[in-house]
Every structure is written in structure tokens, then in C-alpha cells.
Design a protein around this ligand. Sequence first.
Ligand SMILES: [Zn+2]
Length: 404
Amino acid sequence: MYDDDNAAALPQKPVRESPFTEKFEAFFRERCMKAIERLANNYPQKKSLFVDFVELEHFDFELADELLENPDECIAAAEKALSSVDVPTLSEDKFTPHVRFFNLPQERQPILRDIGAQNIGKLISVEGVVKQVTEVLPKLKFATYKCTRCEATYRIPQTKNIVRGPSFCAECKNRMFTLDEESSEFVDYQKIQVQEPLELLKGSEQATNLDIYFGDDLVNMISPGDRARVTGIIRLNPPKEKKVVYGRYLEALHVEETAREFEEVEITKEDEEVLMKLSSRDDIYELLVQSIAPHIYGHELMKEAIALQLFGGVKKTLPNDQTVRGNIHVLLVGDPGMAKSQLLKAVDQIAPKSIYVAGKTSTGAGLSATAVKDEFGEGGWTIKAGALVLASGGMAMVDEFDKI
Ligand SMILES: [Zn+2]
């Protein structure tokens, strides 16, 4: 009975030494001392030690495997190990940096739509285009609860999305508590949504989205329209009311910007041969023009314009260092029923990176970026990237331009 009473005040997980702490300590001492010393000199302005996964794998592949399968325990062990490495620090604060792993193996880099139940609680790395970003908001890290009867206080770590308090007071058995924000501890928090890179989609497939939560020193690292690779742990969002379908999100550990344009277009040996053969044909220009929406009869001029646009012009730099962009814009004007929309949709199918929007459902500002207050931002402002931003480096097609 007495033990039970005490349990209310203690963290709910049993405190035990993880078998991985020692292994991480050995790894840090042998491989990371330079980086740790550098970090200690800049702590707490810099708060994270970045660890290349490949390096850990070379040092201890069993530990590396364990990290992929059981990231929560391993990262806690790594952070404990790091804080016990003896380095001189300049600051008064206790040296408790984050350990952030990156550069996961290929099989841990699923595309967004392949993320499923098998990934829950595991360490993965995903790439996407940032669609929306919320403001930086304070999130409870340690909540201080005060007993309403005897004023005993309890400091409860908050690891889930729903706030958790003590079940009853160890001093007086009272079950009523008030949350004391003043003495609670908060951490910066930001939510972003990424979309599958458009060039990974075939034809008019729907792009998959994933919500990603950033904490502490990871906030404000990326903006809407950026392309980023994020390493983190897939977690569940409890359903609203009593449903059985859960939402999922990625808790970010590491983020890096990746700016690749058309690398994803795979050209095989056979493709190359066909391309080389085609390039030597005298009628290659006409052939390309005819290849635009071959199911639509006529409209050669429109098709030629689109073909030229798909290839793009040449970026020029003038003697006074001004640059002239090589991008070509095309405005299709014509009576209804002239296959304009059909042409756009055909281009959507063949362009390696493209986005199609209907003017009726968009606004001028919405094409570039908008700031909105909605559920995603949890009451704060969210910046959403528009079609033009998402299609950067590719084709943005706006149907019924006049309706905007
Ligand atoms: Zn009490």
C-alpha cells in the first residue's frame, strides 16, 4: 500500500539502466570526441550532436540495428551517455544535448505513400516538399501539477500529444490538481506538412502528405516550398472520440534541405539508345511537337509552344550582371471547346514535374503562398505553399486563368 502511494509521484516507466548506454559511451569516446568538444564550447547556443548513421554502423552494427528498431530507448541511452562524457563546458547549464542521427540506409528511406503500420515506432527517413509550416509554439515538456488540497507539487514529463497528470496525491490522496504553467517547462515546437515530390508521381496520381513535428533547435530550419529530407520516428496520433483509425506523424530528429530537380527521371540504357537514335533524325522537331497530346487533332501552334516551354529557354547573363530567366510562359486563349483543358492535362501526364490547378478553386495569392489560421496550426498561423512554389523547376498549369 505504501509503495503504491509513492508511485504516484514517480515517473511511470521503471527507471533502469539501458544496456545501450555503455555502448554509446564507448562510441562517443572513440569516434566523436572532437565534435563533442566543439559542441561543449558552443553549448547551449548549439544543442545537438549530429551523428552519421554509417559511422555508428561501422563502429557497432548491432547497436546501429537496435537504433533503427528501437529508437526511443537507444536515443535516450545515447543522450544519457553523451551527458556523462566528461568535457569542459563554458556554460553554467548542465550539458544535456540532443543526439541527432542522419544518413540512414536505403531500406529505411520509404517514399511517403509506403509508410505503414510496420514503421510505427521505428526510425525512418523521408523526403518531401514542404507544403505548410506553422508558427513556433510553446509545447509543454514538464508539467507542474499542484494538489488543490495540500499544495504538494508534481513534475510530470510530457511525451504524448495529450497532457498527462498525476492520478492522485501521494501526500493526501486527493485526486484534484491544477496545472501551474508558471513553473512548468516548455519547449519550442513547430508542425510542418510535407508532400511527396511531384516527380515521384506517375501521371495524375494523388500526392501523399505527412505531418512532421519539430522540437527545440529544429524549429525554423525550413520554409514552405523547400525540399527536405527528415529523419525521425513514426508515431501515432490518437483518434478523436472512440474510433479505431489512428493518425500518424513523424517526430523529427534531423532535417536537411535537399535541392534536386530532375535527378529522379530514370534513363535506362535502352532509353538512351532510343534517345540517341531520335536525336539524329531530321524531323525531330516536328516529331516532338506531334508527341504533345497526339490524341488531339490539329492545334499545331499550341503544341509547338508547349513543346518549347517543356524544354525551356536559356538563362542569359547580361554584361551588367543582370540575368534573364530562360523560363517560357504560355497563355492559351480560345473559345470554349478548343481542347485547351485537354492539352493541359496531357502535359500534366508527360512533364516530369508538374502541378495542375483549376482557376475556379484558387486565388492569385493562393498560387504563391498563403497564411491561414486553421486546425493544422492549432490556433496559430500557418504558411501554405501554393502551386507555383510546389511546381518550382517544373510545370505549373492553371486552367481558367480568368476565374482567379
Ligand atoms: Zn495533496
